[in-house]
Design a protein around this ligand. Structure first.
Ligand code: EPU
Length: 416
């Protein structure tokens, strides 16, 4: 298994281009099941999760080719309707095929995702939403078996604004008869990107980006090429890297409008932030100011940036309190950061971070995607050598992170 070795203490300088957003690419790939034919997706990140999702679609009969950042998926020969346990257990986003399969083929057999390193992550709201649209669902032997003759539009109120739940229901509703209203829908930019892609395919979706989405069902959709939005979490990770090392880093090809809460928090730590139409520049301060932050659904502070921000605050000049309100168990990185000298105490949903002047390199272990990123960031700012093992977590969602960091001056390499 690969690991990543970092010699810390180098200020990062220069420009870095972010890839397309993994969490937009995955639901858009799933949505291609709603059409028949070949679709070209551009700006797709070459990350493990995209490859795994491709395998899920291929298991259903789709053909796929991936050239640089262009992914072509042909859904002309879909003849199976099952997402098997072996694939779903490695990536819970595979569950996103349930809505489109039910809407387009009237049947689906999809493994339940099970537990996850960051929380229980149930899918009850996906199931309730699809049942409200008329799907008949049975849970047996760890699988959801679904059937639907014709889905029918209805009003659905989500008790919590689930991102992939909103996406699954939206994909089912675009081919339902009549109008569906999703209330308390997720407002994340990735949900908006999916809706824009669906609209290009002929769907009628309004209200995306607000918490009330309205979908008027249409009989069929046609393939339509789409450009995936830039990855706001990858952009945020590089911004924290620049800030934490006291460097000067410009993120190119990003959408600063998606980064509002993060940029506000970075400024509050004393970093200088400049913003253009499609770029953001950060200049790190000598030592960050502490701050209190709480994660929240978009447009709040993203839970997917919590671990990286914890790495930054672990070296701040004082005490910070981080509250994780989205997932119940997303602090696995805290113990690993402590191995590097960070002082972090967990109290329920809160992490109390007492900033220390210096972190020290150590062997550490990645536990999930964003936890891995936080350990890399800590390693960049620490004195000495850090070795991050289990980097397959990192490879799920970051495209060539070590090459991009090395181009900014980091002393980082991947070891087999
Ligand atoms: N929830 C339920 N029932 C459901 C669905 C969700 O109770 O049926 C709860 C969850 O347990 C959680 C909260 O609702 O407490 C929010 O979870 P959500 O469903 O929004 O998360 P998700 O859709 O499974 C996506 C991203 C995650 C990201 C979260 C929150 C994808 C493929 N994944 O997950 O991304 O953290 O939204 O923004 O879009 C990552 O990229 O590292 C990652 C974990």
């Amino acid at each position: 298994m690969d690991c990543i070795e970092i010699e810390g203490g180098v200020q990062l300088h220069g420009h870095v281009r972010v890839s397309g957003a993994k969490n937009a690419a995955l639901p858009i790939m799933a949505s291609l099941l709603l059409t028949t034919g070949a679709t070209r997706l551009r700006n797709v990140p070459r990350v493990r999760d995209v490859v795994t999702f491709g395998q899920v679609l291929q298991a259903l009969g789709a053909k796929m080719s991936f050239d640089a950042s262009e992914l072509v998926i042909d859904t002309s020969a879909i003849d199976r309707y099952e997402a098997p346990y072996d694939l779903v257990k490695t990536m819970r986003a595979s569950f996103l095929v349930l809505g489109p399969l039910l809407a387009r083929y009237g049947q689906a057999r999809v493994s339940l995702p099970g537990g996850c390193a960051i929380g229980a992550r149930p899918v009850n709201l996906h199931l309730k939403g699809l049942q409200a649209l008329g799907a008949r669902l049975e849970l047996t032997q760890g699988y959801v078996h679904g059937y639907a003759d014709q889905l029918r539009g209805t009003a659905i109120v989500l008790p919590s604004a689930t991102v992939t739940g909103t996406e699954n229901i939206m994909m089912a509703a675009v081919l339902a008869k009549g109008t569906t209203i999703i209330d308390n829908a997720a407002r994340e930019p990735e949900v908006v990107d999916l809706a824009e892609s669906l609209t290009q395919m002929g769907a009628r979706v309004t209200g995306v980006g607000s918490s009330c989405i309205s979908i008027e069902g249409v009989p069929r959709l046609q393939p339509a090429a789409h450009d995936i939005i830039p990855d706001r979490i990858e952009a945020g990770t590089f911004l924290v890297a620049g800030a934490m090392t006291g460097g000067d880093v410009t993120i190119d090809h990003c959408l600063p409008v998606h980064l509002g809460a993060l940029l506000d928090h970075l400024r509050a730590t004393g970093a200088a932030v400049e913003v253009g139409d499609d770029w953001v520049r950060v200049i790190g301060s000598e030592r960050a100011y502490p701050l209190d932050l709480a994660t929240a659904p978009y447009p709040g502070f993203p839970t997917d940036m919590q671990a990286q921000m914890m790495a930054l605050l672990s070296r701040a000049n004082g005490r910070s309190i981080i509250s994780e309100t989205v997932f119940e168990n997303r602090y696995m990185h805290a113990a690993e950061l402590s191995r590097m000298g960070a002082e972090i105490h967990l109290e329920g949903a809160d992490a109390i971070v007492m900033g220390v002047p210096q972190l020290h390199g150590a062997p550490v272990m990645a536990t999930d995607l964003r936890a891995s990123a936080s350990l890399i960031l800590a390693g960049l700012a620490a004195q000495g050598i850090t070795t991050v093992s289990r980097v397959y977590h990192l490879d799920r969602g970051y495209e060539q992170i070590e090459a991009k960091l090395a181009a900014l001056g980091a002393k980082i390499r991947r070891l087999p």
